[in-house]
Design a protein around this ligand. Structure first.
Ligand SMILES: C[S@@+](CC[C@H](N)C(=O)[O-])C[C@H]1O[C@@H](n2cnc3c(N)ncnc32)[C@H](O)[C@@H]1O
Length: 243
């Protein structure tokens, strides 16, 4: 049970109880260890203080601080957006609410298999599988300019615990996004996608290098050390002709 979302029900039980100690009662050893690590995690504490929906906000903030991928006025799609911490960061950085009247106003579309609580400045497409052609059609309809400047993906399929299988499932999702890119990404655009490292990572990297002029591998400090989670940041999307 290492992924933030698969542990949501555990956390919900704890929030109902309000304190950690009684919450640890009647838990299995693995649940106990996960909850203890979660409540002691400095990024979890920071996310509560700064009102982010999830600790993953700090991964995107860190990537943006180092690589400047988000600017006011950008149009962005956030794939695997629930519970919405990345969307919170993106809304602010692209000025999607128009909070800064002197800066251009951006746009944020978040897509997820799950329900997502509303967020001012973001349009959400819940209960939607990114790999489904109907979702892809709906995305194109929802984009004000038909295309975006940046595709973000923090998607994570439900983990089976079988590392190689989970790796392949996530790599397939990234490939599904690359198939969608010609239809929704402006030439010159950026793609940031999470993957779990494994034997097929190089295939994804190879395809990204064909489609983008610059590809980097990034492991933010906010990623848990024991996690296989890594990101590819691909910039300068090459012109693609769609039929
Ligand atoms: C780690 S969470 C994302 C956390 C998010 N970046 C945040 O900051 O709140 C991964 C999300 O990917 C979503 N997901 C997994 N497979 C998906 C798919 N095929 N289409 C859309 N979303 C998917 C899951 O439902 C889950 O909410």
């Amino acid at each position: 049970m290492s992924r933030c979302w698969t542990s949501a029900s555990l956390l919900l039980q704890c929030r109902r109880i309000h304190t950690v100690a009684p919450c640890l009662k009647n838990k299995t050893g693995a649940e106990h260890r996960w909850l203890e690590r979660h409540f002691n995690d400095p990024y979890v504490k920071k996310s509560k203080k700064q009102n982010y929906r999830c600790r993953s906000a700090f991964k995107l903030l860190e990537i943006d601080e180092k690589h400047s991928i988000l600017h006011p006025g950008l149009h962005a799609i956030d794939c695997g957006t629930a519970p919405g911490a990345w969307a919170q960061v993106v809304v602010e950085k692209v000025n999607a609410t128009g909070a800064d009247p002197a800066a251009p106003v951006g746009f944020v579309l978040g897509v997820d298999l799950l329900q997502i609580s509303p967020l001012e400045g973001a349009v959400f497409l819940p209960h939607a599988n990114i790999a489904d052609p109907d979702t892809q059609k709906r995305i194109q309809e929802l984009l004000p300019k038909g295309k975006v400047d940046i595709i973000l993906s923090d998607m994570a399929p439900n983990a089976t615990g079988i590392r190689e299988l989970d790796h392949q499932k996530l790599i397939s999702l990234c490939f599904a996004l690359l198939d969608l890119a010609p239809h929704i990404l402006h030439p010159g655009g950026t793609m940031l996608c999470k993957f779990w490292d494994g034997k097929d990572s190089h295939l994804l990297q190879k395809k990204l290098k064909q489609d983008f002029r610059e590809v980097r591998t990034i492991k933010p400090q906010a990623c848990r050390k024991e996690s296989a989670e890594v990101y590819y940041l691909a910039r300068s999307y090459k012109t693609k002709h769609t039929t």
